[in-house]
Design a protein around this ligand. Structure first.
Ligand code: GDG
Length: 461
């Protein structure tokens, strides 16, 4: 059997519980089959050297972890700069937040070349290589230039923007051309595939030449949507654990006469948290019956705190929550509980189950796994209602959620009211349909579907 080689910016020990969506999904894939996981160690070398050190190797059960350190200069231009200050905002349609500093691209290329150089000697002829996410778009092109013939697939965890937004990136053509070095490109949603096709037609002057097949720059690539899922059984099994049971009971006891609404996200501007809090204020303003009752619990776990845009959103959120608590709070009721810390993963399912409404309202999101986790955690006999942004990839699948436009805070407030008043029968019907979908397209399905398509695409090459 072929060995699976996964490459992502960060790696994690697949035996330990992970927080981020990518770490969970990739760790699960590798644990199934064993293989090699290659990426940045998370260490930045401060001594002014190039960072071209040893590959650190570690065995984690069936999985070999291989990591590289980065020099300060490479880290700042490749990771903080090009990945997080150019690609992340632009791919989430936020040109206003992008910083097109010319020096970033050098580091981005250098690190992708470094990854290719260090990975190449570790590869076996029959390996299947699966590269993840926007940090490593040109990696296959670099590997191919060094003679790598193995099957290589790429999965983008974030959205692909419309071609007219993509075209704002000075190196957009180079990025898109490098995608054609893969055997298979996987996106989260059909809409991303449409954006890819539009780019191919309008910018690359190429065309679709068959089902899932595109030709441009004298090359052909297969491309399709593989909506990522969660491990439903693993997530639901946490509900039986002590941490989740304690969490559930504490919340039910502490808020016995209240209706709870939950938001749980990394603190990121793409997640639409301030818009959500404003929608909650609309609810309190327009439907006074919710005062002294509806309580928003917003967990915003810290990420990328060193980037300016994150400090800005943190300040905005603190001031918004403070204003609502000041305007509407009572001595015995706080409308918003805002927590800028991570909640232990083992407690998350219990927290989801204790709430009446799950608010998953990103301004833009590749998929959003929290939406699927919220559905999986509910009691089918008395489920909470999922309010979901139409701009999350998950909205293509989770049609029975209440879909909202998160920019329309008034409309979102109205939908939250609808969720709070939804009769039990409708809640159960919607939840049953959602859970079936979340189960059918779970993370095991995602991994199999992608890897089967990669093998097929490569055999046609
Ligand atoms: C990227 C794409 C795509 C969040 N807060 C806490 C916590 N979390 C967990 C959630 C969930 C994960 O982190 C977040 O997953 P998302 O899918 O929402 O988002 P990103 O991290 O932005 O991931 C995204 C994903 O990749 C996978 O392809 O869906 O669109 O942006 O599992 O539960 N976990 C714990 N405490 C928290 O406070 N333990």
């Amino acid at each position: 059997m072929s060995r699976l080689v996964v490459i992502s910016n960060r790696i994690a020990d697949p035996r330990k519980p992970a927080a981020g969506g990518l770490a969970v999904a990739v760790g699960e894939s590798l644990q199934q089959s064993g293989g090699l996981w290659f990426g940045w160690s998370g260490t930045v070398v401060e001594d002014g050297s190039s960072g071209e050190g040893e590959v650190h190797r570690q065995q984690a059960g069936k999985v070999t972890l291989a990591t590289l350190d980065l020099s300060r200069e490479d880290h700042d231009s490749y990771y903080l700069g090009y990945s997080n200050d150019v690609l992340w905002p632009v791919f989430h349609d936020r040109l206003d937040l992008a910083n097109f500093e010319a020096s970033f691209i050098g580091g981005y290329r250098r690190v992708n070349q470094l990854f290719a150089r260090k990975l190449l000697p570790l590869l076996r002829p029959d390996d299947i290589i699966w590269i993840h996410d926007y940090h490593l778009i040109p990696l296959a092109a670099e590997l191919r230039a060094m003679g790598c013939q193995q099957r290589i697939g790429f999965f983008l965890h974030i959205p692909l923007p419309p071609h007219i937004i993509m075209a704002a990136i000075p190196q957009h053509e180079w990025l898109m051309r490098s995608l054609f070095s893969y055997d298979l490109i996987g996106f989260q949603a059909e809409q991303d595939v449409q954006h890819f096709e539009q780019y191919v037609r309008n910018e690359a002057r190429g065309q679709a030449i068959g089902r899932d097949l595109y030709r441009a720059y004298g090359q052909t690539v297969r491309c399709s949507a593989f909506p990522i899922g969660i491990d439903v059984d693993e997530f639901q099994s946490l509900l039986q654990g002590k941490e989740s049971r304690d969490m559930y009971e504490t919340m039910k006891r502490e808020y016995s006469s209240r209706r709870l609404l939950l938001g749980i996200d990394r603190l990121d501007y793409s997640k639409g948290i301030p818009h959500r809090v404003r929608a909650f204020r609309e609810l309190l303003a327009n439907y006074p019956e919710n005062r002294r009752s509806a309580t928003l619990i917003q967990i915003a776990s810290p990420t990328r705190e060193s980037v300016d845009a994150y400090a800005d959103i943190r300040r905005e959120l603190e001031s918004l929550c403070g204003a609502i608590n000041g305007d509407y709070g009572e001595l015995d009721w706080m409308p918003v509980r805002y927590i800028h810390r991570m909640v232990a993963r083992k407690r998350v399912p219990g927290l989801c189950r204790a709430t009446a409404v799950g608010l998953v309202t990103p301004l833009r999101d590749g998929m959003n796994l929290v939406a699927k986790e919220y559905v999986a955690a509910q009691n089918p006999e008395d489920p909470g209602v999922l309010v979901l942004s139409r701009f999350a990839g998950a909205a293509e699948q989770l049609k029975e959620a209440l879909l909202v436009n998160p920019y329309d805070t008034h409309g979102t407030g109205e939908t939250i009211q609808q969720a709070l008043r939804m009769p039990l029968k409708e809640r159960k019907d919607r939840h049953q349909a959602l859970l079936e979908r979340v189960r059918k397209n779970d993370v095991h399905w995602w991994r199999r579907a992608f890897l089967d398509a990669l093998k097929e695409a490569a055999s046609e090459r």
